[in-house]
Design a protein around this ligand. Structure first.
Ligand SMILES: *Cc1c(COP(=O)(O)O)cnc(C)c1O
Ligand code: SF4
Length: 341
């Protein structure tokens, strides 16, 4: 019998599923290997910390391929390259910059704002972003996902004020399809839930994760599904990311983007306007532009509020209103993210 590949989705899916895991296995974890792929030498980056004490280098090869070869200042490279500046201590920087510890209701379940519960689904990520505000989060003590998910879920189910559950991390799309499907199905059974939101950087840094099967997973009758992706620079959105995002949009998932304002990466109006325009081409609207959370190790990325406000005013003067992200900062204890501009 002649086999028609198109009517054999299972085989295709297995292939697709393995693709992203394999890609992740092959990700750069070694500074020299990454530099070599970009035709750079250690000497080109005087502030390099080739062996950081924690939070090592992790960069998928597809993401590295979007970097400009030979440019030590490349904005994508700056986001992932460990520098000696990370070892600087400063009184304004903290290991828990946004008050996560105080907001933790059960292990990995954060509740800061009305109607929304955030679940740290996993500590794993496909990329280590040097400015990550959870780079010191106690992922290792969280315990088994099964146990903490059961506790989180029963707390969500018992609290009728919770309308939205946010799957965050780490990166929740690092979980495999079966696990995600089970979590989403459990959420769909909670009668007072109206929205599920997934915070993920994988459509950008590991687009092969977004298989057709994944895109179909979150469709739930009663519940709106929103995905907030994370891109900081227009060049992060190559054709593979665009395809992944279009696939998610086609499955009825509303797509928003959050960025972090980063010195030397995206702290100019032209870059941010180009980012918004590129996002829209991929079916995504800009949501938040975060002022950096003052996490230990990331002080060198900080941009002043004055410059940040000026930037957003400049963007507003240059482009459509819906392409202007909301400039916010997270202040521990506040009722919402705090709007700066
Ligand atoms: C940022 C955040 C949210 C979401 O806030 P929105 O303003 O609705 O995007 C929810 N819970 C926690 C703990 C957060 O940090
Ligand atoms: S993808 Fe998000 S959670 Fe993971 S390291 Fe980057 S900023 Fe942190």
């Amino acid at each position: 019998m002649k086999l028609n590949r198109r009517i054999l989705p299972r085989g295709g899916e297995i292939c697709q599923r393995d693709d992203w895991k394999q890609e992740l296995t092959g990700a750069f974890r070694d500074v020299d290997a990454l530099l070599e792929s970009l035709s750079l030498r250690r000497a080109d980056i005087p502030d390099l910390d080739p062996d950081p004490p924690s939070f090592g280098l992790l960069v998928p090869r597809g993401f590295a391929a979007l970097m400009q070869s030979g440019d030590p200042e490349d904005p994508l490279l700056r986001q992932v390259l460990p520098l000696k500046a990370e070892r600087l201590h400063s009184p304004g920087l903290s290991k828990d910059p946004v008050g996560d510890a105080a907001a933790e209701k059960t292990p990995g379940l954060l509740q800061k704002y009305a109607g929304r519960s955030l679940v740290i689904a996993t500590g794993a990520c496909a990329v280590n972003c040097r400015y990550c505000f959870r780079r010191h989060f106690h992922y290792a003590d969280l315990g088994r996902l099964d146990d903490r998910w059961a506790r989180a879920l029963s707390r969500i189910a018992a609290d009728e004020t919770v309308q939205e559950v946010i799957l965050s991390g780490g990166d929740p799309l690092m979980l495999d399809d079966a696990r995600l499907a089970a979590m989403l199905a459990a959420l769909a059974r909670v009668p007072h839930l109206r929205r599920v939101r997934i915070h993920s950087r994988l459509p950008v840094v590991l687009p092969s994760r977004v298989t057709e099967r994944l895109a179909q997973l979150p469709s739930m009758d009663r519940i709106s599904v929103v995905m907030v992706i994370h891109a900081n620079h227009p060049r992060e959105l190559g054709s593979a990311a665009e395809q992944a995002l279009r696939r998610l949009a086609a499955a009825g998932i509303a797509l928003l983007n959050q960025s972090v304002l980063l010195r030397g990466v995206n702290d100019d109006a032209a870059t941010l306007v180009a980012l918004s325009e590129r996002l829209l081409e991929c079916g995504v609207l800009p949501y938040y532009l975060h002022q950096l959370d003052p996490v230990e190790g990331a002080g060198h990325f900080q941009v002043s509020d004055k410059w940040a406000t000026m930037l957003v005013d400049e963007i507003r003067g240059q482009t459509s209103g819906y392409l202007v992200p909301r400039l916010v900062r997270e202040i521990p204890g506040a009722r919402s993210k705090t709007r700066i501009a």
